[in-house]
Design a protein around this ligand. Structure first.
Ligand SMILES: Cc1ncc(COP(=O)(O)O)c(C=O)c1O
Length: 411
């Protein structure tokens, strides 16, 4: 065999080596492998609710399949679903949205890709508040754009805050988009309305787009004030909204999200959408109409359950030495700072995470999965598991830290 690399390998864009995968998926695979070997794994890694999709939504999909609703649909999504989405946004946020201002996508992730691909030409800049869900920066890179990271400030009392002065200074003539994700993955922060007001003002002042990913808009606790970009008059002039069904209705595997934007923008973005995925799955779309228009009780119950779990995980983590934990008010993640602990143990965050898997069969994610800037200092835990398992998992983390401290003392 010749040592020359085949074109299928050698022609790959060198850029691909710089693209981060989504580490969460790697850890989901590790958890599954360990469980298959019979280990009692506690995973705080999942970015999805552990509660199954509600029955009435599944029944709607079955009815759709029975009717053989299995062909392509229009790229923007079936009209009835776009109507139901508009109804949801108009009832909840007075968003003034029409069905022809919506594209249904194969998950919010595809929505992110379609938007970035529709606006970014090589050299354009996208400001990403860091840490972040990785798709914003990685889609930007794939398309030749440049992500610019604005680190969130962290204070144990105040939590995670956006430095608006710094953000404004980062805007250049090449900046096209500022990405806001609210409620926020991975920190669980709900950025207050006055911050969203300011971001809208900054977008206007500098003529940039505010891309707002609000996929966790139903996971808000303690009545924390939340403002959607779709609440502003004329918001479609400078903002684009992304949302989806994965989290609110526990429909991650159904792959359904959506983009809401100015009608003319939607008409052009459809050209990207049709060339990437043609349309979202037909029967999943019909089921999504039922999700929005049917009984919300299961979703509401699930969110109440998550609020109780949030209380438990916060209380338990607050007892862990070396974890600086702030109580989040949204999504289903908690993002403690572990810098001092890691310094003391002389470990990187990845080594710490690997140690927990090896010794305690507990999976948490390193902050580096969400950040190129400050990830070394943090870990993310998803509380998408029962209260008992949360308690057991955190007890194991405490045990691991005690072990590590003893090992260090012996050295
Ligand atoms: C902030 C954020 N946006 C988008 C997504 C993608 O969701 P979907 O499953 O709809 O692609 C996720 C999933 O974890 C997320 O956390």
């Amino acid at each position: 065999m010749s040592s020359k690399k085949e074109p299928v390998v050698s022609y790959l864009r060198p850029l691909l080596d710089e693209i981060r995968g989504e580490l969460a998926f790697k850890y989901i695979a590790i958890a599954r492998q360990l469980m298959e070997k019979g280990y009692d794994v506690i995973s705080f890694g999942a970015g999805q609710p552990d509660i199954p999709t509600p029955d009435h939504i599944i029944e709607a999909a079955k009815r759709s399949l029975d009717r053989r609703f299995t062909g392509y649909t229009e790229t923007a999504g079936i009209y009835k679903l776009r109507e139901a989405i508009a109804e949801y946004l108009n009832n909840r946020y007075h968003a003034s949205v029409d069905p022809d201002e919506i594209i249904v996508t194969t998950g919010a992730k595809t929505a992110i890709f379609v938007v970035i691909a529709s606006y970014i030409t090589p050299g354009d800049e996208v400001i990403v508040i860091d840490p972040a869900y990785p798709a914003y920066s990685e889609a930007t890179k794939l398309l030749g754009g440049i992500p610019k990271f604005l680190p969130l400030k962290f204070d144990k009392k105040e939590g995670f805050t956006i430095d608006l002065d710094k953000l404004e200074k980062m805007i250049s003539s090449r900046t096209k988009i500022i990405v806001l994700n609210n409620p926020h993955n991975p920190t669980g922060a709900v950025f207050p309305p006055k911050i969203v007001d300011e971001l809208m003002r900054i977008a206007e002042r500098h003529n940039v787009i505010l891309l707002s990913d609000e996929i966790y808009d139903n996971f808000i606790y303690d009545n924390a004030p939340f403002k959607s970009v779709s609440e502003y008059p004329d918001w479609k002039k400078r903002a684009i909204l992304i949302n989806g069904f994965s989290k609110t209705f526990s429909m991650t595997g159904w792959r359904l999200g959506y983009i809401v934007a100015h009608k003319e923008a939607i008409e052009r973005m459809i050209r990207v959408a049709v060339n990437v995925y043609s349309c979202a799955t037909s029967f999943a779309q019909e089921a999504a109409v039922e999700a929005l228009r049917g009984d919300w009780t299961p979703s509401k119950r699930m969110i109440q359950l998550f609020q109780r779990r949030r209380d438990v995980i916060y209380e338990e983590l607050s007892k862990v030495k070396g974890f600086e934990t702030w109580k989040p008010q949204g999504a289903f993640y908690i993002y403690p700072r572990v810098r001092e602990l890691l310094n003391k143990l002389n470990m990187s965050v990845e080594e710490f995470v690997d140690y927990l898997i090896d010794k305690q069969r507990v999976i948490i994610l390193p902050g580096t999965a969400f950040s190129e800037v400050s990830g070394e200092d943090f870990v993310r835990l998803s509380y998408s598991i029962s209260e008992e398992r949360i308690k057991e998992g955190i007890a194991r983390i405490r045990e691991a830290i005690e072990e590590l401290e003893t090992i260090k003392l012996r050295r």
